[in-house]
Design a binder for this molecule. Structure first.
Ligand SMILES: [Zn+2]
Length: 241
């Protein structure tokens, strides 16, 4: 667990390296390739801080001040970004943390049961066994109760996060894309939501954990370069995007 935490805090989340390029020349080439110059130069397509043409699904992170490939979110807990390189580790870390914390709560419960607090404590008047035990733990070992309550709160929060992440992973969306869905026009076709990256939930999972359908999100800059994509989306005219 600590190993994963170290990677998530100190590791590279998928920083896109700045190449020494002639930006003007690169933009010119890019525009010639894309819609004969009709493609708009916006902060969605170019990062003027990193001086790069932004790969698809990347975003400039203000804290790291770098563009992150397949940006998911900035994690307040690890103070680092979650992106292409560490997104799968982030989800695995959450699952391991929830498991370890659940075992901790269970062990505390067993310890309290084993300790066999006396029921005859006169200061506690309750017929409810659980409340009786909790009240006695609070009186005799308040740190256990405090640690268990905090851990249970964390378990709920982390479970909520994991479910949110899994919901995104099976739909092949990042948290950033889910939150800002309406800002990204390529998720809509004829006014209807349609995800060009969606390969079906099984394949999306394989892609997320880098087992199969691996895409180099550092370098894919336009839709034609995606090696694995939602063919239903691309069956219709690309001009509508
Ligand atoms: Zn940038």
């Amino acid at each position: 667990m600590l190993y994963f935490f170290k990677i998530l805090v100190l590791g590279n989340p998928g920083i896109i390296k700045q190449k020494k390029i002639n930006l003007e020349e690169e933009i010119k080439k890019f525009l010639q390739k894309k819609n004969k110059g009709k493609f708009p130069i916006t902060d969605k397509t170019f990062c003027f801080t990193c001086e790069i043409i932004k790969p698809l699904r990347s975003k400039h992170d203000k804290i790291l001040d770098k563009c992150i490939a397949k940006f998911d979110h900035t994690c307040g807990f690890t103070l680092n970004c979650v992106g292409y390189k560490n997104h799968d580790l982030f989800v695995i870390f959450l699952v391991i943390t929830i498991t370890v914390q659940t075992i901790f709560v269970w062990l505390c419960y067993c310890l309290v049961k084993e300790y066999q607090f006396e029921k005859s404590d006169e200061s506690i008047e309750s017929n409810n066994e659980i409340w009786d035990i909790l009240a006695q733990v609070y009186q005799k070992q308040p740190w256990i109760l405090s640690a268990v309550i905090q851990t249970i709160v964390f378990i709920f929060w982390e479970t909520f996060l994991v479910l949110q992440q899994l919901r995104n992973v099976v739909a092949n969306l990042t948290t950033n894309e889910r939150i800002n869905l309406k800002r990204y026009l390529h998720f809509y076709k004829e006014g209807q939501y349609c995800n060009p990256f969606d390969l079906g939930w099984k394949n999306n999972l394989l892609q997320f954990f880098k087992i199969n359908y691996i895409v180099d999100w550092y370098n894919v800059k336009e839709y034609n370069e995606i090696p694995f994509r939602n063919e239903k989306y691309f069956a219709k005219s690309l001009q509508e995007i």
